[in-house]
Design a protein around this ligand. Structure first.
Ligand code: PGA
Length: 256
């Protein structure tokens, strides 16, 4: 049985006051969905706000996640943040392999695997992001790229969530079609073998309140990793409802 998940990746946005207001609004809106265990909701604020957002979410079913971590346990890594620090702040999940870190900051597949491994060791669930660039899709290299990205992580993926985020769709307004997403999700799930039945695979890239219902209607799409639209409480809350009401009902558990 897979969990449906909606993740809000706030990236490097918001003032502290805005972050706390957004967290409180999502917490209040999410109560109905998360209580029914229909949808898991996770917020990924910037590091400096983790502690304060954690207090806002305390006692609520909305979970806290971080946007990245360092692969070492501790030590002389100025400016970096360790897995155990994130656990101390109340995080339960962490993003690894986001394209803004792969392509913007040069993180390699091996480094991303090391980060995921460190996260698991500390008890965090990695949300592993994978996805091809526009040029790679145009040259029919999508599957080759995805295989390369998941290869060093394969032995860990049963304990992760996966997010398919085509690079060409992130922050561009150019969302993948439900059919494109479904095809890639099916490919990824096939790579997971028997774990394919339990590992959630989320879609990310220009997801919003208008296009989410058609993507969520695909049985292989277990939820979303939302960037820009997660900064608006009303839109993100609406997407929680859309995910809860989406078809593919057999892939998650709803209490009567
Ligand atoms: P976007 O970002 O929804 O703004 O396209 C998604 C992401 O980068 O996780």
């Amino acid at each position: 049985m897979r969990t449906k998940m909606l993740c809000g990746n706030w990236k490097m946005n918001l003032s502290k006051t805005e972050a706390l207001t957004l967290a409180a609004n999502v917490r209040d809106a999410a109560a109905a969905y998360a209580e029914a265990e229909a949808v898991q909701c996770v917020l990924f604020p910037p590091f400096p706000y983790l502690d304060a957002v954690s207090s806002v979410l305390e006692g609520s079913p909305v979970m806290l996640g971080a946007q990245t971590l360092h692969e070492a346990e501790s030590g002389a890594y100025t400016g970096e943040v360790s897995a155990s620090m994130l656990v101390d702040m109340g995080c339960e999940l962490v993003l690894v392999g986001h394209s803004e870190r792969r392509h913007g900051l040069g993180e390699s597949d091996a480094l991303i695997a090391a980060k995921a491994s460190r996260a698991l060791e500390a008890g965090l669930t990695p949300v592993v992001c994978v996805g091809e660039t526009g040029a790679e899709r145009e040259s029919d290299a999508t599957e080759v790229v995805l295989l390369r990205q998941i290869e060093p992580l394969k032995h860990m993926l049963a304990r992760c969530a996966l997010a398919y985020e085509p690079v060409w769709a992130i922050g561009t307004g150019q969302v993948a079609t439900p059919e494109e997403a479904e095809a890639v999700h099916a490919f990824l799930r096939a790579q997971l073998g028997e774990n394919g039945a339990s590992v959630p695979i989320l879609y990310g890239g220009s997801l919003n309140g208008d296009n989410a219902p058609s993507l969520f209607s695909k049985p292989g799409v277990d939820g979303g990793l939302v960037g820009g639209a997660s900064l608006k409480a009303e839109v993100f809350s609406r997407m929680l409802g859309q995910l809860r009401n989406s078809s593919g009902e057999d892939s998650f558990h709803v209490h009567a």
